[in-house]
Unconditional design. Sequence first.
Length: 268
Amino acid sequence: MTQNPEISISNLSINEAEHEVVDFVEDNTHDDRRLTLVGKVYTDRAVNLQKLQRILMAAWRPRRPVRIQELEGGLFLAIFDHLVDMRRVLDDGPWSVERDLVILKPLDEDEQPSKVEMSSIPFWIRLLNLPFSMRSENYVRAIARKLGSVLDVDTRRLKEGSKYIRARVMIDVSKPLCRHLPVINRRHEKVMVGICYERLPNFCYWCGHLGHTEKECLDKPVEIDGRIFKDWPFQESLRAYPMREGLNRSNSFSNQDSVQFCHQFSVA
């Protein structure tokens, strides 16, 4: 008797183990992974594990040993011996290796490293030239929330009348850096608030993405209207350098021509 091939194929089981769910009871003999971070160097270039560990250990200077373990897909684990070291690494970031961003995320014991979301990271940003009428924590949070979830606001600078206001924001690194935000003041006027980023690693002056420079950008034009393109929509002014109060730095968007130029070549 001839069998129906569709029925035969549907009933075929290649390996019964593929359908059996493995369920574990509580086991206290497993490795303690509560002090583990999953990391990724945000670059298309190959990363040498030994060099990565050497650079990170020199930057982190942990009090207790930290082991770096390579994973597939460009990921690695940083396994700490002490909670204080791990918390300090997370709080003092973001970190970079040869100016390439290092994304670090806490790894839950039951979580697969490959499933951890690695496209966002907290940055301290500076809001430049913010009207004094908007220098309250609620206003700052509302403005900074346009960039991502707000983790913290430096309230000390709100009281000091600083030239800039700081907020710690979860930034989506898969998108171009935001250069400025339009806000409406109490006179119902639109004003432009500049943004710069503390500890900002390599980014592209053409497309505004992290992970490569303008020399490596695949989207930049060689010419515009027959002229070699020399001016970039994204500038070094996005990088917030350590500054003392009273020291006049040129990392704000006070240059109106630069602001207009950025609007003209804005990246969606």
